[in-house]
Design a protein. Structure first.
Length: 208
């Protein structure tokens, strides 16, 4: 069994800094999407869709929590994962609302009076569609963050992490001592299974 080298703590620090760097790279886009969701929330509230606005407020609150809890300017992976799931569900619901309003509402209005076509007819379906796209994109970014954190966690499981090189040396010494004890016990068990040695009881003859 091979122990990790004393410099494994430096590799672990490099992985943590790389993870934080990826999270900081995602942060500006994450903040931009949160701002867009805030604006869309206000628009939905002004258009009379109180239930949809409250649902987006819940999703936005979890996203803001993931942004504020993250250490050193990064995004928290746990709350980011929750935010991604909630944004995915809310985005799919808004996409369904956009299709439903266009097919059963505005499309029926267009067939009855095709001469009175205006952009106001498409306002609500387009608003739902934009909300769905923004939330689905937010869910995708949260998924990228979660996959990056999951990959770092898997790599950490395969190699021990030591805070200092002295801890690595102590770990190597304890491991070597345990291996020597195991080999000594194996030799003792092997010797206990052999029959005892009997002294020679015959007559002695001297060669010429």
């Amino acid at each position: 069994m091979n122990a990790a080298p004393p410099g494994s703590n430096e590799a672990a620090d490099g992985n943590e800094s790389e993870d934080a760097c990826v999270s900081r790279q995602i942060r500006p886009g994450f903040v931009t999407l949160l701002i867009l969701q805030t604006l869309l929330l206000v628009v939905r509230w002004r258009m009379g869709d109180a239930h949809g606005a409250l649902l987006m407020l819940a999703v936005l609150a979890v996203g803001a929590l993931a942004l504020s809890v993250g250490a050193r300017g990064s995004i928290d992976e746990v709350y980011g994962g929750y935010y991604g799931l909630m944004a995915l569900v809310s985005g799919l619901l808004d996409l369904n609302l956009a299709i439903e309003h266009f097919v059963w509402g505005e499309w029926r209005h267009l067939t009855k009076s095709p001469a009175k076509v205006s952009l106001a007819v498409f306002a609500k379906p387009l608003m739902y569609l934009v909300c769905a796209l923004v939330q689905l994109l937010s869910s995708f970014i949260a998924y990228l963050l979660y996959k990056d954190a999951e990959g770092d966690a898997d790599s950490d499981l395969h190699e021990p992490v030591f805070a200092t090189p002295n801890q690595a040396r102590i770990y190597n010494a304890v491991l070597s001592h345990g291996e020597r004890q195991a080999s000594a016990q194996a030799r003792q068990q092997l010797g206990g299974d052999l029959p005892p040695v009997k002294p020679f009881a015959g007559s002695v003859h001297k060669l010429p």
